[in-house]
Design a protein around this ligand. Sequence first.
Ligand code: DAH
Length: 347
Amino acid sequence: MSLKDKLEVLKNETSKKIQAAADLATLNQIRVETLGKKGPITEVLRGMKDLSAEERPKVGAFANEIRDYLTAAVETKKTELEQAVMDKALAEEAIDVTLPGRQVPVGGRHVLTQILEEIEDIFVGMGYQVIEGNEVESDHYNFERMNLPKDHPARDMQDTFYISEETLIRTHTSPVQARVMEKHDFSKGPLRMISPGKVFRRDTDDATHSHQFHQIEGLVVDKNVTMADLKGTLEVMMQKMFGADRKIRLRPSYFPFTEPSVEVDVSCFKCGGAGCNVCKYTGWIEILGAGMVHPDVLSMSGIDPEEYSGFAFGIGPDRVAMLRYGVNDIRSFYQNDVRFLSQFKGE
Ligand code: DAH
């Protein structure tokens, strides 16, 4: 075989190997073996000295041509393989945007806040104002103006935390009555307000007592307000809260700031009055205290009891929530255990 033919065979075989190289390492090996110092082309070029002066430039040119051809083929293949490596890496590292996102936990309103807002809505719908009172209150408004002078025995049930002799954290929302009455301008219309908020007592906490709980005070004062207005108002409230079939009943009671005073029961929302564990088999649930505003309470606030009359009520939203949701320990509302609270997420 002539030198030229040998070179031709070498070109063809090496080209095939280059094409077939599966990775950069193999390709590099082919390059070293064919084009390197110990490779066949270098060898041919070295053997040129034995050729005739006539043949030497032709074979030399042909060998150079083949070397350049194969060098270019290696370069092309190298680029191709590098691109493949890159494509593979990119494909493997790609971010999968179809993965579901991480949930950010969203909080909800506290169950008691939900009850307060629900009751506020009912009364706002009946034209009442919602008034915010003071949690730190004076003895004067908390007791004296509610007809509970210093030596009054009913103060015993409402012992609280004193900041000073005359300043305390309120035991009920009733002092808001006095604060609103003394400011009200009857030339602008009747007084209709509710006042929700926290109250405090020096109680030993147990399943039904908490040293902090909530009340919603209600007060209406105008000319000719009667007990029938009180009854009708409370009935509407109970029907909106516990269902359209609810009835209420009033039982005589005593509060220093109302005369007459009543305890209000609602027919059981669970059994409808037949008797069950919620109503303790009586058919009725004791739900709030109310009454006609005591004439002395009116006059202490500068309102003439001969001309004006009013009714008032106080409801415990904690108890409403306990009844409605079957919560058997009031302390659950104040312990901030998410496992409890997250059951009342609301909408
Ligand atoms: N303030 C009373 C209490 O804490 C609740 C109450 C009863 C409020 C009768 C009233 C009412 O306005 O008329 O026990």
